[in-house]
Write a protein that binds this ligand. Sequence first.
Ligand code: DPM
Length: 324
Amino acid sequence: MSSTSSVSTPTRTIRIGSRKSQLALIQTHWVRDELKKRFPEVAFEVTTMDTQGDRVLDVSLSKIGDKGLFTQELEDGMVQGDIDFAVHSLKDLPTRLPEGLMLGCVTEREDPADALVMHSQHQDKTLKDLPEGAVIGTSSLRRLAQLRHHFPHLQFKDIRGNLNTRLRKLDEGGYDAIILAVAGLRRMDMGDRIHEILPPEISLHAVGQGALGIECREGDDDILSVLQVLSHGPTTQRCLAERAFLRELEGGCQVPIGVNTTLDAADVLTLTGIVASLDGQQMIKNTQSGPADDAEAIGTALAKQLRSQGAQAILDEITAANRT
Ligand code: DPM
C-alpha cells in the first residue's frame, strides 16, 4: 500500500473509566465497541481503577456501607477530568450522586432476576428440597431475607469476591449453592451455571439490576449526546422508578429492599417493592402503577406507602444494628 493512502486519525479522544474486574471490563468494552461503531472518528480509551469495594474483601458488604463503594474512585476521576464517563452496573451506583455528576445513560437491561447456582452434588434438587441446614452463599441482605422467608430450613453464609472467586468457592465445597444475578453470569458467558432462575414471588431483584448505568459530568452536553445512542427508553423508565423508590427509603446495599417492574404496551409502569426484615419474618410489600412518564413519582409513592405499612421500623432497626 502506498504511504500516501489516507489513514483517518481520530479527531478527538474520549476517556472511559471502569473497574478492573472481568465483568466490569466486559461491560465497559461492550459500551466502547458500540460507541466506536457509531462514532468511528472518535478514539475511545479505557482507564481502569480499583475501588474500595474491590480492595476490601474480608468485610461483609452490609458492614462497609454503600456510599460509592464501587464508584467513588471513578467519580473522583470524572471530577478531576481524568476520565469523561464511567460504566457501572447500575445496581452498584448510589441513588444520590456526588455534586456535579449525573446518570447520563441507562442501557437495555438483561434479565434482572437472581439465579441459583447449585453445587454439582445437588444437581437433581431445587431450593425447596435441599437438605435441612444446607448452606447458601450470598452477601446480599435482600437475597438472604427473602430466601429465609420462603425456605426456613436453609442456612446462609457470607460470600465475597468476584464471580470467578465465588464459583470456585462453591465448587470447592464451601457452600451447597450460591445466588448470583442472571445478568452477570450471562455477560461472562457462564449462563450454563444457572440451575434455576428465581421468580419474583421468591426473590424481588435489586434496584437497577441487569442494566448498565453510565455516569458523567453534569452539563457535559458533548458526552451526553454521545451516550444518548446507548440509552434504552423502557429500561430507563423502569430504573428511574426503582431508583426513586430506593432513594425515598434511603436504602443502599445494606438494607433488604427488592423490586420488580413491568411496562405494558399502553406505557403503564407497574412497580412492586419489598422491605424485609433480616430474619425473613416481616415482608412489607406493595405495588403501584401509573403512566411511565411519571416513573419517579410512582417510585416515591410506593416508598411512602411501604413506610406507612411499617417499613421504617425495619429500616431503623437494620441501620442501628449496622452501627454496632
Ligand atoms: C449489590 C448487591 C450485590 C452486588 C446487593 C444485592 C450482590 C452481592 C452478593 C448492590 N451489588 O443484589 O442485593 O450477592 O453477595 C453485583 C453483581 C452485579 C452487579 C453480582 C451479583 C452483576 C449483575 C448486574 C454485586 N453488582 O449480583 O450477582 O449487572 O445487575
